[in-house]
Design a protein around this ligand. Structure first.
Ligand code: HAM
Length: 432
């Protein structure tokens, strides 16, 4: 026998009825985004590797170890192979598209959202996959359009709190920080480097390397023995210049006024290098080790790092896989009912054609309808109807066609009503 082929480690199939829950989150997100003035953007799933190297940062875990990258063979011998990468995140792609299509020339804020798969070669575990799905949004534009305003940061966070409320996730915590501007970070990196010089030998090998290459990343370390040292390191807040400090204060002031609770977490520097000023994460207790439901922040220099115009921005991405896990752990919403309302059972030879018309008409009237087969005996039709999850069964036989009266039977209660053809839809649409 041929050997079985299975889904690749770190990837998975999302099957019904779970897909209904995924659609529920997608629909709720679209709905909230439209109310906040966002429109959809779709960018390619793979991009030039340089986009992520320059956008996300060479020294990040994502770029240094987790990307699915390949040399794409040239079609002609004369052409050079190109290094391509499956997108590990979508912000760099959105900013590339913003630059490429000169979207800044419109002189307004671009408010864009996206949904789709992302790829990172991480060690798979609950809530962490190699192909995972993000829903995200970005606001960016030229500074005169107001792209640097702290009002945008607070608005994005307010929108997220709204989305969480609307999907029914209650157990979340918002962690907030400011990582300052590029100058602040350079000074802070130097301070960290100095502070780490004397102690790094006592830390894990990753931290020893990070202390040299990218000291900020030391703050991400989860190794328990390293924690006391990390706690004693200088804090980013001491290195923010006056405009960054004011920006952060304004974001906090608006959030306080809107009534959104947050915890300032000075160690939350996020795993991507493009961040400036505000960064945030929403975490959820029901998710275990992979507790980050979503993350985001400001990236005021990203467009310029990619060769574009000045286009400050802020955005976030939520992990759809984790959103669904959180919903399931809170059990606040059930899986939406996508079962058929009625199972149309043709009874006897020649009835497939009659039943096809009836089923088509019911579906036209927005009634989810399942359709059987005339070769099924009544007992088999009942069984098929029950398996389909339908609420009612409707037999279509010669007698029914001749009399124009149809028996509609409730599969659970056994209750049966006889109705003329034109009244079937009304009955099926009524509650119960
Ligand atoms: P990120 O924090 O790397 O940010 O990812 C955002 C979210 O994606 C995480 O909070 C998590 O829920 C989900 N996620 C990340 N990796 C995995 C994985 N391997 N399996 C399952 N879920 C995962 C970004 O990607 C930024 N682009 C967000 C952003 C947008 N910042 C500004 N604009």
């Amino acid at each position: 026998m041929a050997s079985l082929i299975k889904a690749v480690r770190g990837t998975r199939d999302i099957l019904p009825p779970d897909t209904a829950l995924w659609q529920f989150v997608e629909n709720a997100s679209r709905d909230v985004f439209h109310r906040y003035g966002f429109q959809e953007i779709r960018t390619p799933v793979f991009e030039d590797t340089q986009l992520f190297a320059r956008g996300v940062g060479e020294e990040t875990d994502i770029v240094s170890k987790e990307m699915f990258t390949w040399e794409d063979r040239a079609r002609a011998q004369s052409e050079k192979a190109q290094s391509l990468t499956l997108r590990p995140e979508n912000t760099a792609g959105v900013v590339r598209a913003y630059i490429e299509h000169k979207m800044g020339d419109a002189g307004k804020l671009q408010k864009l959202y996206y949904m789709g798969p992302q790829f990172r070669r991480e060690r798979p575990q609950k809530g962490r996959y190699r192909q995972f799905y993000q829903i995200g949004a970005e606001v960016l534009g030229p500074p005169p359009a107001g792209s640097e305003s702290p009002a945008r940061d607070a608005e994005i966070i307010t929108m997220l709190a709204q989305l969480l409320r609307e999907v029914g996730i209650k157990e979340w915590t918002l962690q907030l920080n400011s990582v300052g501007c590029a100058n602040d970070r350079a000074r802070y990196n130097q301070a960290l480097r100095d502070a780490l010089a004397g102690v790094k030998d006592k830390m894990c090998v990753d931290c020893q390397r990070r202390a040299e290459t990218n000291p900020l990343r030391v703050l991400d370390c989860k190794v328990p023995e390293d924690q006391p040292i990390i706690e004693s390191l200088p804090k980013i807040s001491q290195y923010l210049d006056e405009p960054c400090r004011e920006h952060f204060n304004e974001v906090k002031k608006i959030l306080n006024h809107v009534g959104i609770h947050y915890q300032v977490n000075e160690r939350m520097v996020r795993g991507l290098d493009y961040y400036t000023r505000t960064t945030f994460e929403f975490t959820h207790g029901g998710l275990g080790a992979q507790s980050a439901l979503l993350g985001g922040g400001r990236y005021d220099g990203l467009s310029e790092a990619l060769g574009g115009p000045k286009a400050p921005g802020i955005g976030f991405a939520l992990g759809l896989d984790r959103f669904v896990l959180a919903l399931q752990s809170e059990q606040t919403v059930g899986i939406p009912d996508l079962n058929p309302r009625v199972y149309v059972a043709p009874l006897g030879q020649g009835m497939n054609a009659e039943a096809a018309v009836i089923a088509r008409d019911l579906r036209k009237q927005q009634i989810p309808t399942e359709l059987g087969d005339e070769t099924f005996r009544p007992k088999k039709s009942f069984e098929a109807a029950e398996r389909s999850g339908a609420k009612y069964i409707l037999f279509v036989g010669e007698n029914e066609i001749a009399s124009g009266q149809f028996a509609l039977k409730d599969l659970k209660t056994g209750e049966q009503v006889s109705l003329p053809r034109e009244e079937l839809a009304v009955k099926l649409k009524s509650a119960g």
